[in-house]
Unconditional design. Structure first.
Length: 241
């Protein structure tokens, strides 16, 4: 028995949310039912276009929410500024807690105003996902005594700058998603990614396999430079009848 309309809609929504990491069998079936509009058992170009647009919009919404949260974090970490509306105490408390967690993860003690450089160098790369040299650049930029200590106030400024950078990166990802949506070749790349058997068609079995494995729209940026001008097999997939 198939899913009811409300359950079908919920399963499609869940599938789009989970697509980057892989969906459940139920979600995969719901996605196929939703996008195989003409019920011919193959994903054609216009169906792929509709799916791509939904994936990109869903991904953009997530990036926009992340950007919004980061902007709020930056404001809270900066604290109340002259000439600006007063921030809620809850936001300020949240910023202090975020700083305390950051300070602790770097190796600092809550009752100590300074963090030894050696502890910073040991813990920062893994915590921040940066190289040792990149972490040292941060220390040189934000620590008044980079050869010995990082002060907690300096760690706040560092954490604020990292949040600003993360927000800028989210904005850049949003712009790339917009570009991908406008680029007609993005549909061909999606079809090519789903064409598991490389026969120029995307069957239901291939579709189910790919969405359960996971499909991230960032794969659109992985096209090789200087690739052959010949059309990929999936580009020759049938167009909408």
């Amino acid at each position: 028995m198939g899913l009811g309309s409300s359950a079908q809609k919920a399963a499609v929504e869940a599938g789009l949310n989970h697509l980057a990491v892989g969906v459940s069998k139920e979600e995969a079936e719901a996605l196929w039912k939703h996008y195989d509009k003409n019920k011919d058992g193959e994903l054609n170009r216009s169906e792929a276009q509709a799916m791509l647009a939904d994936i990109i919009e869903k991904t953009k919404a997530g990036q926009q929410e992340e950007k919004k949260k980061l902007a709020e974090q930056v404001k809270a970490l900066q604290g109340n500024q002259r000439g600006q509306p007063k921030l809620p105490q809850e936001a300020l408390d949240g910023a202090d807690e975020r700083l305390n967690v950051f300070w602790k993860d770097l190796g600092g003690w809550s009752d100590k105003p300074n963090l030894n450089k050696m502890l910073f160098n040991k813990n920062a790369p893994k915590l921040l996902g940066l190289s040792a040299s990149e972490c040292n650049e941060l220390l040189q930029k934000y620590a008044s005594e980079p050869m010995t200590w990082l002060k907690k106030g300096e760690a706040r400024r560092m954490l604020t700058a990292l949040a600003v950078k993360a927000g800028e990166e989210a904005e850049a990802r949003i712009a790339k998603l917009d570009e991908a949506l406008k680029d007609e070749s993005s549909v061909d790349k999606l079809l090519d990614a789903f064409d598991v058997t490389r026969d120029g068609k995307v069957s239901k079995a291939e579709f189910i396999q790919k969405v359960m494995e996971g499909y991230d729209v960032k794969e659109l940026a992985k096209a090789e430079e200087g690739a052959s001008s010949d059309e990929p097999p999936s580009k020759k997939a049938k167009t909408e009848e």
